[in-house]
Design a binder for this molecule. Structure first.
Ligand code: NDP
Length: 470
């Protein structure tokens, strides 16, 4: 019998779904094409009446989409198997586990309610030793349910065998936050409340619903983006310097920030905003009102734009507002962490500037958080552009290119190698819910109006109460 001790089986539950086709398989293809993963068996499963050929065609299509080819991709396609099953059924699930060779990696590419059911069934039937579990967002539906899910998962496998995916954390641009902060003497010493006025973590996109009504209408921008992704990005930006990039160091430092985070002045009604788009033109195409999109229940008051201001109660960040925002169907996409610095102590008498600051524009550091670019920008003030005593704002911008792998390729590399820093630890998932819960409550109680903005526009306008810029 062949030795399978170095084999791994990636069992994708939800093989016929959108995530698998659009993100997971292209990421896997890109990873396999690097030649760094061998002896991987791919099993797909779903309720659909597919067969091996149909599944192999799906894989081949997704690999081609990622321009991924080579010996390992061909071998993965050729050896792939499809097993039709209802994964909430004990016998079906047991048959799937029996079909795996070597170490088992169970990827829950399923609707969240189905994932929860499967985890319950697994606690009854058990999993082979060494199994890794990979869950997708959203993880739970509030702090209590996320904590309960953690308890179940850690009954099955140790915490470091659970990979709660946040593909944002694997985006090269987000990972570059580490380099910008810790590999530059001139950056890190300035990142604290003595020098920083405010921090923005913004993900404004031009994309509208793009056919994802079923999922999005139950989630909205707050859960889809802020709870799931932007809080993770914020914690990476705000964490204390880490001695190593080992999982425990990075995760401990991020968790400390999340535990210290709360709504600004504990006032969610004043320091949060929500809105949804009405019909308009985005990038030359007409977008219908959110409530008129197919599959949307307008009475749910789902927001497509969410914004909140947070305080991070640590020595370093006390008094610095962190604004997190994400909106859909916006005319001016902007995806970045922006650090706004305080004004200089004073400018020399005789030096003149424009604008309300009296000197120039605030210094700003921009760290892009986009999928396919790696932008870094710096806004500074100079003199000497003409009048030697006049202050002129200038911007330096560079695009340092995409990473070696797409985010899902990077995520899967971490999963297959058992390297968890790119996934979310259980306590962090709970904290991300805990932070947004007061806002969700204020929204449910209608203490924050649901405003409207035109698709293709700039969003619902400035903050009426806080004095923060739009
Ligand atoms: P889809 O609805 O497109 O796919 C769900 C998959 O689950 C289908 O293959 C479906 O099979 C399968 N399934 C459902 N019930 C069962 C069952 N009882 N037994 C076996 N298979 C079952 O969902 P998505 O792919 O969009 O999302 C999956 C997960 O990924 C969700 O948690 C989502 O939040 C997350 N996610 C999705 C993203 C995306 O862009 N799509 C992005 C980031 C995260 P069948 O069709 O045969 O019923």
């Amino acid at each position: 019998m062949a030795d399978s001790s170095n084999d791994q089986t990636l069992l994708i539950m939800g093989a016929s779904g959108d995530l698998t086709a659009r993100l997971l398989l292209p990421g896997l293809g890109a990873l396999l094409a690097t030649g760094s993963v061998q002896r991987l068996h791919l099993i797909g499963s779903a309720v659909d009446d597919w067969d091996d050929d149909r599944w192999r065609a799906r894989i081949a299509e997704s690999f081609a989409q990622a321009d991924a080819s080579g010996q390992e991709t061909d071998a993965a396609i050729k050896g792939a198997r499809y097993l039709r099953s209802d994964v909430t059924d004990q016998d079906d699930l047991r048959a799937l586990l029996d079909a795996c060779r070597g170490q088992v990696i169970l990827y829950f590419a399923l609707p969240p309610t189905v994932t929860e059911k499967v985890i319950h069934v697994l606690t009854d039937i058990g999993v082979p030793a060494g199994t890794r579990l990979v869950t997708e967002k959203p993880f739970g539906s509030d702090a209590a349910s996320a904590a309960a899910l953690n308890d179940l998962l850690t009954q099955l496998v140790p915490e470091d065998h659970v990979h709660r995916i946040d593909h944002f954390v694997a985006m090269p641009s987000v990972l570059s936050i580490l380099g910008v902060r810790f590999a530059n003497r001139m950056v890190e010493p300035l990142l604290n409340s003595q020098h920083v006025e405010s921090v923005d973590v913004i993900f404004d996109e031009s994309l509208a619903l793009e056919g994802r009504a079923g999922y999005y209408d139950g989630a909205g921008a707050m859960v889809d983006m802020i709870q799931s992704h932007l809080l993770e990005v914020m914690s990476l930006f705000a964490m204390e310097p880490v001695p190593t990039l080992a999982a425990e160091d990075v995760r401990d430092a991020k968790a400390q920030i999340l535990r210290a985070t709360r709504i600004w002045h504990d006032d969610p009604a004043t320091y949060s905003r929500r809105a949804r788009y009405t019909a308009g033109e985005v990038d030359g195409r007409m977008v219908p009102s959110y409530v008129d999109e197919e599959g949307i229940d307008g009475s749910r008051d789902t927001e497509t734009f969410a914004e909140l201001v947070l305080a991070v109660d640590t020595w370093r960040w006390a008094g610095v507002p962190f604004r997190l925002r994400s909106g859909k169907a916006l005319g001016s996409p902007r995806t970045e962490v922006t650090v706004t610095f305080k004004p200089p102590q004073r400018v020399p008498t005789g030096m003149t500037g424009d604008g309300s600051t009296g000197y120039g524009k605030p210094d700003r550091l921009h760290i892009g958080i986009a999928l396919d670019t790696n932008l870094l920008g710096l806004d500074l003030n100079i003199t000497g552009k003409g009048d030697p005593s006049h202050i002129d704002p200038v911007s330096l911008v560079g695009d340092f290119g995409a990473g070696r792998l797409p985010p899902y390729g990077e995520v899967l590399r971490g999963v297959l190698q058992g390297d968890p820093p790119l996934s979310v630890r259980g306590d962090m998932a709970v904290q991300c819910w805990r932070i947004i819960e007061p806002v969700q409550k204020a929204w449910r109680e209608n203490r924050v109006p649901l405003r409207e903005y035109e698709a293709g526009g700039t969003g619902p306008g400035g903050w009426p109460h806080t004095g923060l810029p739009a």
